[in-house]
Design a protein around this ligand. Structure first.
Ligand code: NAD
Length: 408
């Protein structure tokens, strides 16, 4: 079988890390061209392919030149958020399959542009939501599918990651987050937490989001951080940030389930995605790594006595992917999930089938961002959530034969 030929866009931290994983771990993939408007980053991309792949890709500072090439099958987008949708639509219209990094949309119009391009071209887009491929998230999905927790009533998730130095260092590091935190107030990174929850709740396969309400706390964390590190960020001293420190989003679903999401990135804290699944027969709580099953007397026990009780369940309900690929996966970023999500994309390209995170998943998860922005501006008022599937959400999930399936 001939190799999958890739045009690779965006060589910041994330792009360089994913490029290294691709070249080191996927022999069936060839990087034909790399691109970043910053020449030093584009050159680093070439160097990564040269060192780990022992071949020389083309290099350009202009993404139009990559997308127009007739010797590539796919375009992989690792750019700043603002460029995702334009590049994806352009690539689809040029007949190239698309893998796109995570990030929220800027408007519903952007989500609809992606859907329109898909309907017109039939070209698949996959969001590279690696959190869906975590050992734990995949095992919890299996527990849900096998009824361990009964009927699922409520889920919670968060992107809870102290990013103060990354955001404040945006000018020095040419990083896009700074301009977003200065100018917007929204759930700007919903997919790490909502992706796994969407799979648990069968969103777009028998269920859908009906409405969303978002609330923003005041914005103090970054301001205090830059003021107390004035020598590192002199240009930001005294500036106000629009992005609230804690964004809380409440989602209602057609089947009656509710979801609470938290974006929590500008106050001191430890990392968590707070993945929580609550059902009529039991629960999973990421923060305590615990599985709670409704058994006689269980409710009298202290929550702390369940600490780490999920360990044995995660082993028992483990996705076969993790047994097969764990060793090679752990050589990639984020504890192995980068390998897994890339494997899922390349498998769908090779087999010419719909990827496990499809265009409807992608736009649904991205749409949380502009709708949260609107709801916050309206003081937390509920806003309707569009049905991007055009009514097809009522159809059940089709069984997938993919090795990297999320529908298991
Ligand atoms: N899934 C994960 O675990 C994970 C982790 C980190 C970042 N990310 C995502 O990866 C993406 C990039 O993040 P980052 O931290 O590397 O950002 P970054 O700002 O360090 O790098 C982005 C790069 O994209 C380049 N770029 C912008 N427009 C371009 C275009 N038209 N063509 C080619 N290159 C272009 C920029 O010049 C920059 O070098 C974001 O979507 C982010 O959310 C995902």
């Amino acid at each position: 079988m001939s190799k999958i030929k890739v045009g690779f866009l965006g060589l910041g931290n994330r792009g360089r890390c994913m490029l290294t994983t691709i070249v080191k771990c996927f022999e069936n993939v060839e990087i034909v061209a790399v691109c970043d408007p910053y020449i030093e980053r584009a050159e680093e991309g070439v160097e990564i392919v040269r060192v780990f792949g022992k071949y020389e890709p083309a290099m350009t500072l202009n993404s139009d030149e990559v997308i127009a090439r007739d010797d590539i099958d796919v375009v992989m987008i690792f750019t700043s958020w603002e460029a995702h949708v334009d590049l994806a639509v352009q690539a689809m219209r040029a007949g190239k399959k698309v893998a796109m990094e995570v990030g929220g949309a800027y408007s519903l119009h952007d989500c609809n542009r992606l859907i329109d391009a898909y309907h017109e071209t039939g070209i698949h887009v996959m969001m590279l939501e690696n959190a869906c491929y975590c050992d734990t998230e995949l095992a919890v999905l299996k527990m849900v599918r096998e009824g361990l927790f009964g009927e699922i009533v409520h889920c919670e998730g968060g992107y809870m990651h102290d990013l103060r130095d990354e955001v404040a260092g945006g000018n020095k590091n040419k990083h896009y987050r700074l301009r977003n935190y200065l100018n917007r107030n929204c759930e700007n990174y919903p997919t790490h937490e909502f992706g796994p929850i969407a799979k648990v709740l069968n969103i777009n396969h028998g269920n859908r989001i009906l409405s969303l309400s978002s609330f923003a706390s005041k914005a103090r964390g970054l301001k205090e951080f830059v003021n107390s590190h004035a020598e590192d960020y002199p240009e930001l001293v005294g500036r106000d940030f629009r992005q609230g420190d804690i964004i809380t989003t409440v989602i209602t679903c057609a089947d009656g389930a509710t979801v609470v999401l938290n974006l929590d990135t500008t106050l001191p804290r430890t990392y968590s995605r707070k993945f929580t699944v609550r059902g009529t027969k039991g629960s999973f709580y990421e923060d305590m790594n615990s599985v709670y099953i409704d058994e006689p007397g269980a409710h009298e026990r202290d929550a702390k006595s369940y600490w780490d009780s999920a360990k044995e369940y995660v082993k028992k309900y483990r996705h076969p992917l993790w047994d097969k690929y764990e060793e090679i996966a752990r050589t990639s970023g984020h504890d192995g999930v980068d390998f897994m999500v890339l494997g899922a994309f390349f498998e769908s390209v090779e087999k010419g089938v719909t990827p496990p995170i499809d265009i409807y998943d992608t736009v649904t998860w991205m749409a949380i961002t502009p709708l949260s922005e609107k709801s916050i501006a309206l003081g937390g008022a509920p806003v309707d959530f569009p049905d991007f599937t055009g009514g097809k959400w009522i159809l059940p999930r089709e069984k997938s034969d993919l090795e990297f399936t999320l529908d298991w």
